[in-house]
Structures are given as C-alpha cells and as structure tokens.
Design a protein around this ligand. Structure first.
Ligand code: NAI
Ligand code: AKG
Length: 465
C-alpha cells in the first residue's frame, strides 16, 4: 500500500514533485522527502495536499512558510507498551502519538490499533486530520496515535490490560486542553472505556480527555453513527445541488466496521440500494440490495471479536472470498463509498467504477483512494469525488461536540446533535464548493484549499513557534 514512493531515491523524489511547478513548493517537498524517505503513506498525503494548494501560493505567497511548518509534526512520541497475555506470557507493542498541529485548537484525532500501524501511517493520518478538523468549523488541531497491536483473537481481559498499559504512558502527553484522542480502526467504545478508566485512575481528572465515550459516562449522542451518517449527509447536499437524491441509487460500500455500518444504515434510510460490504478477507454482494435485516446481521457479527463476513448466511446475498473488493463488480453503479482503509481503491478499481457509470465517490475512510485513482475520477466526465477530509469529518465534528458537552456539563439530545452535525456537514459542503468556485477547480482541490487557508492563517498569526 502506498509503496510507489519506495525504492530508488532520485526517481522517488522526482515522483513526489511530479506536476509541481512552484519552486518554493518543490523545495519543501525535497525537504520533506529527505527527512522521511521511507514514509510512503505520509509522502502520499503531503503530495496530495501540495498538488491541490499550488495555485494558492500564486495568490498568497506568504502562506508558503506555513505549509512548510505543517509538514513537520510539533511533537511525536513513541513508547513501549508492555502487557501480559492470558497465558502469562510477556508481550510488547509499540505505541505512538503524533501531535501534528495545534494552530487552531488542541490536538484532536483517533487512535488506531492494528498490526499494520507504522509511524508513516500515523503521520499521514495526523497530517490529514489537521485539515479535516479545520473544515469542521470547530477549534481543533490535528493529531493521531495508535499501536501495532492486533486485537484479533484477543480476550476482553487482554484488550483491557493492553489499553491500560497504553494509557499508563500516553496519559502524560494528553489532556482536555492539549490533546484529546478518540477511536479509529480497532478502537471502539470498549477500548475508549478501558483507556478512559485508566486515565481517570492515574490523574483523578474526569475532564473529557477522550471522545467516543459511552452514553451515561460522558459520551455524546450519535458519536458512533456520526462518521458514516456525515458521509451520507454530504452526499445528499451534493446531489441536491444537482437536483437529485439518493433514492433508488445503486451504491457500493466497502468495509464493515463503524464507518461502513452507519454509512449503510443511513443510505438504506434514504432509499439507496446498497450492493456490498467487505472486510479484509472478502465481500458480500447483494444483487437486489442489502436489507436492514442483513445490516443488522453484519452489525451483530462485527460486534463479536473476529466476526468474519464469510460466516454470514443471508438470503439473496453472495459471499466472495480471496480479498475480493466491491469496485470490480460487473454491475451498474451510481455511488461508491470506500469506508475500509487507506489505499484500498487504486487506479484499476477507479477505471472499473467509471466504466460501470459511477457518478459520486465519497471517501468514508482516510485516504482510501490512491492519487492515481483520484486522477481517474477527476478526469471522468460528470463524476464528483469528495476527499475524506471533507466527507468523513462528521466523526471528529461530533467528537468536538462531545468536548463542548463535557465542558458545559450538560448533555444534548439526539435531535440537537443530529441537527448540529447536519449543519456542520452543510458548512463543509459550502466551504469546499466555495473554494472550488473561487479557484475554478474540482472538489478535491476545493477541500484542500479551503482547509489549508484556514490553518495557514492561524499559523502565520501565531508566528514561527
Ligand atoms: N471511526 C471514526 O470515527 C472514523 C474513522 N475513519 C476512517 O474510516 C476507516 C474505517 O475505520 P472504522 O470503521 O472506524 O474502523 P473499524 O475498526 O470499526 O473497522 C475497520 C474496517 O476496516 C476494514 N479493513 C481493515 N483492513 C482492511 C483491508 N486490508 N481490506 C479491507 N478492509 C479492511 C475492516 O474490515 C473494517 O470494515 C479508517 O480509514 C478510519 O481511519 C475516518 C473518520 C472517522
Ligand atoms: O473523533 C476524533 O477525534 C477523531 C476521528 C478520527 O480519527 C478521524 O477523523 O479520522
């Protein structure tokens, strides 16, 4: 994944700078490359941003130093996470937290527990988070963390001991005014609970230092649903602008975790026909569309540890193994919603989707489409592509609302939070279309420009700190 930038040094630097004419920007990319030559995913995220914002420097050359600052985290912490498994064997993982930018507020972003976690992955996620959070309209900076821990096959007690050990180090680096982590892949309500409990025990501080907490102990209504719902709200605003709606539209969704589940739930509520969901082993395909009962079965399965889609037996639903992906289905499709993981949708997949008539692509996951796939979508006639920085910002937005509720000591109703989430997704849509119109460009560039300009102004105002 994202391996394109590895290998021969010179040609990779050239690849990183390909298509960038601006000398100052090229110099920044050279510096980023020389500092992080092995970090393929991070370089991919920086290149994506650089490609979009190059025109901004024609209008605002003063923003260039701000971009340079934003390519280096303010702080990154890497630590050992020792724990003991159920058999009494000592285990050890690597934990990390990258505090990327506090220009517009406390560092904010999830924690990922997955064996594939590397510094490059956490840095790409933290870098993207800076700009996503700026789009939410809430005062949140960008950060991300995690560990190369594999929760698969681990008992509840092992997960608890791991989370407690992880927090025993992380607690000293976070705080409700400095850095507020949340969930991501492999970190849901259960893990947040164990980490919050440990944080509280060590610090005696009940402040909302983690978001994604449970209802009844500081959590917000609709935080679990917020990322997936936000994607669908944004799709609705986009289609409304075209005088269209999701009713009856054939949609492909990948993934079957938190984001995918609630994306499918709201798509079904809006009358869309959802043809697929997937996990790392394969996918389910429903030629006539998944029903609410099918989704309920997926949710139940995935709430159990190690639930695999291949174990489902649902009428009218086929299972395809060997890591089959929805994008290659030989069927007409209107919408694609990649909600699994980074670089899951490459150039060939994008071509297959365009061939099958795709009209809208909204990223539920972070950076699920490669830069080559993005190029295919933007070159195709009439296809609207929305980058995850905008389309999946609903999750962190409701995390921000959870922080506001924790501060005010007053929980808000489900209706209140839903209305606020819709307002934020609409503001994001208006912001990215506004920037796209101002710079006469597409929605990817619109999102990157709108978010960068907000952060750059804050960085410049605060000086070289
Ligand atoms: N949870 C949240 O609030 C937010 C999550 N995201 C992003 O959404 C994506 C999914 O995260 P969650 O649903 O929260 O995680 P989760 O842990 O609930 O689910 C993980 C999902 O990724 C899939 N997956 C992992 N590796 C895969 C692979 N190699 N091939 C196919 N599928 C694979 C799993 O099957 C599952 O659907 C990630 O990119 C995450 O960074 C983005 C914004 C907010
Ligand atoms: O809710 C949060 O703070 C972060 C969610 C997240 O990790 C993301 O937006 O990618």
């Amino acid at each position: 994944m994202g391996k394109d930038y590895q290998g021969d040094v010179d040609s990779n630097l050239q690849k990183l700078q390909k298509g960038i004419q601006h000398d100052g920007l090229k110099a920044i990319l050279e510096e980023v490359y020389s500092r992080n030559p092995e970090q393929a995913e991070f370089l991919q995220a920086v290149r994506g941003m650089a490609l979009s914002i190059a025109p901004v420097f024609e209008k605002h050359p003063e923003y260039l130093p701000a971009f340079r600052m934003l390519t280096e985290p303010e702080r990154q912490v890497i630590f050992r996470v020792p724990w003991v498994d159920d058999a009494g064997v000592w285990q050890m993982n690597r934990g990390m937290r990258v505090q990327f930018s506090s220009a517009i507020g406390p560092y904010k972003g999830g924690l990922r527990f997955h064996p594939s976690v590397t510094l490059s992955i956490i840095k790409f996620l933290g870098f993207e988070q800076i700009f996503k959070n700026a789009l939410t309209t809430l005062p949140m900076g960008g950060g991300k963390g995690g560990a190369d821990f594999d929760p698969k096959g681990r008992s509840d007690s092992e997960i608890m001991r791991f989370c407690q050990s992880f927090m025993t180090e992380l607690y000293r680096h976070i705080g409700s005014d400095t850095d507020v982590p949340a969930g991501d892949i492999g970190v849901g309500g259960r893990e947040i609970g164990y980490m919050y409990g440990q944080y509280k025990r060590i610090t005696r501080d009940r402040a909302g230092v983690l978001t994604g907490k449970g209802m009844g102990w500081g959590g917000s209504e609709i935080r679990p649903e917020a990322t997936g719902y936000g994607v669908v709200f944004l799709a609705e605003y986009l289609l409304a602008d075209r005088g269209d709606s999701l009713e009856g539209k054939r949609c492909l969704v990948s993934g079957s975790g938190n984001v995918a589940q609630y994306c499918v739930e709201l798509l079904l509520e809006k009358g869309a026909v959802v043809l697929s969901m997937s996990d790392s082993r394969g996918m389910i395909y429903a030629p006539e569309g998944l029903s609410r009962e099918d989704l309920a079965a997926v949710m139940k399965l995935k709430s159990q540890h190690d639930g695999k889609l291949e174990d489902l037996e649902l009428e009218g639903v086929e299972y395809r193994g060997d890591a089959a992906q929805p994008w290659f289905l030989d069927t007409e499709v209107f919408g694609a919603f990649p909600c699994a993981t980074q670089n899951e949708l490459g150039e060939e997949a994008a071509k297959a989707l365009v061939k099958h008539g795709v009209q809208i692509v909204l990223e539920g996951a972070n950076m699920p489409c490669t830069l080559e796939a993005e190029e295919v979508f933007t070159a195709a006639e009439g296809v609207a592509f929305v980058t995850g920085k905008a389309s999946n910002a609903g999750g962190v937005a409701v995390s921000g609302l959870e922080m506001a509720q924790n501060r005010s000591f007053v929980p808000w109703s489900r209706e209140d939070v839903t209305t606020k989430l819709q307002g934020i997704m609409k503001a994001i849509y208006d912001d990215i279309t506004g920037a796209a119109a101002e710079y006469d460009t597409d929605l990817i560039n619109g999102a990157n420009i709108a978010s960068f300009e907000k952060v750059a102004k804050a960085v410049l105002a605060q000086g070289a700190v």
